[in-house]
Design a protein around this ligand. Structure first.
Ligand SMILES: Nc1ncnc2c1ncn2[C@@H]1O[C@H](COP(=O)(O)OP(=O)(O)OP(=O)(O)O)[C@@H](O)[C@H]1O
Ligand SMILES: [Mg+2]
Length: 405
């Protein structure tokens, strides 16, 4: 058998055929694949999948439906569209206009004598574009996946729900995918659809499942990895299967596993190997501006901000200290004010001048203000109930490995 290459095994941006991990659905003793299968088998129901960004919603559909049977459109595809069915017909290459012309021309040719074909051509003529699309999907056993539904204009979302309601009764298979907390009201809170929905909520990834990506993948590449190293990778990928795929790919590239085939077998036994891979992985992450903005704090109006002396002799202001504290080991996604104070203390040695709890809290409130006033892209964490909640795990990874704050 041909030896697999690193980029065939680890796929951070596409369907990971060799490292796909099947997870158990939260609270139910079955896998997510089973639940999607069950939903698709339930004739007359619409499937709604909701889950945080990059948790494998699209990949789950690809796994269960298969790429050849899945017709994927995003909410965005309906931005300038007025006709839902025409947009879908275009996607599958079905010409609705063309079919009608053909029917007309048959009549034009005077086929009146052939009663049967005349009546069938008339039926076809009166069949709407919608029915044609539904028939086409049924004939070819296709499933419509409306990805990132929340990106469709709101009025369009309600129209789409209305169209789908009728179509599913006719055994049309469709899945709607959304992020949590984004307007999905058109689907989940739509009274017309109640009792006709299969709901699948994708939960955050646990370390055991993340670890499996690494162990399966390195096995496929014939690379030995110790259990301890695989655990560390799982811990560092902080909820994100995509981050795990990226780190493993970079680790494999750094080990040159695709080259020197006959040389010594490759092994991952050393923390330094992982740390180099983390740094290399963070190179292309686009958080430079975010870090700059958050460490800059609010405008100082010409006054010089107080700085603290770190054991290294460097000076850092409160905003830099907060970011450094968040970046410390272990990576965690909710940090209480007490934990943050402890972490900031750790940055100093013994009895030096360090910020107190109140000073830290005031500064985080300022940072939260900056975040709230910025674009979605900057919403990397949230300060709520005296805790910092990391909203974007890849930002935390970047803070740990990408920059020196
Ligand atoms: N079950 C899985 N097993 C292994 N890797 C996975 C799995 N699910 C997702 N991944 C990895 O994470 C990446 C992102 O997954 P996917 O694009 O499906 O997420 P998503 O939830 O659809 O994200 P978005 O909200 O951005 O649309 C995949 O390309 C793959 O590298
Ligand atoms: Mg997706």
């Amino acid at each position: 058998m041909r030896k697999l290459r690193s980029n065939e095994v680890f796929k951070p941006g596409a369907f990971p055929q060799h490292t796909y991990v099947s997870r158990m659905s939260a609270d139910f003793p079955v896998t997510y694949e089973f639940r999607l299968e069950q939903a698709l088998q339930t004739v007359g129901f619409l499937t709604s999948i909701i889950g945080p960004s990059k948790t494998g919603k699209t990949v789950l559909c690809e796994k269960v439906i298969g790429l050849d049977k899945m017709i994927s459109l995003t909410g965005n595809d309906f931005k300038n569209s007025t006709n839902f069915w025409l947009t879908i017909a275009n996607k599958v290459g079905l010409s609705l206009v063309g079919e009608q012309t053909e029917t007309n021309s048959m009549q034009g040719k005077g086929m009146a004598g052939v009663t049967e074909s005349k009546s069938s051509s008339i039926t076809e003529k009166y069949q709407t574009g919608k029915d044609r699309v539904i028939d086409f999907f049924k004939e070819h056993d296709l499933v419509l996946v409306l990805d990132d539904f929340h990106t469709a204009p709101e009025e369009m979302q309600f129209d789409m729900a209305y169209q789908l309601k009728d179509a599913i009764r006719k055994e049309f298979k469709a899945i709607v995918i959304s992020l949590p907390h984004r307007a999905d009201d058109a689907i989940r809170k739509n009274p017309d659809l109640s009792g006709r929905l299969s709901l699948i909520n994708i939960e955050p990834w646990q370390e055991a499942a993340l670890k499996e990506i690494a162990t399966t993948g390195f096995k496929a590449l014939a690379v030995e990895i110790t259990d301890e190293m695989a655990n560390q990778l799982a811990r560092e990928s902080i909820l994100s299967p995509q981050l795990m795929q990226s780190i493993c790919l970079n680790l494999a590239l750094l080990l040159h596993v695709d080259k020197d085939k006959d040389e010594q077998p490759h092994e991952i036994t050393d923390k330094a190997q992982l740390e180099l891979a983390y740094r290399v992985t963070s190179i292309n992450f686009p958080y430079d501006d975010v870090v700059k903005k958050l460490t800059a704090g609010p405008p100082t109006r010409g006054q010089k901000r107080k700085t603290y002396e770190l054991p290294s002799g460097n000076q850092a202001d409160i905003y830099h200290l907060i970011m450094r504290a968040i970046a410390l080991d272990p990576p965690i996604i909710s940090i209480t004010i007490d934990e943050l104070k402890k972490r900031i203390d750790l940055l100093f040695e013994e009895k030096t001048d360090k910020p107190d709890r109140k000073k830290i809290k005031d500064a985080i409130e300022q940072v939260q203000g900056i975040i709230s006033d910025s674009d979605v892209f900057y919403q990397v964490f949230e300060w709520k109930d005296e805790q910092i909640y990391i909203l974007d795990p890849i930002f935390l990874f970047y803070l740990r490995w990408g920059v020196a704050v």
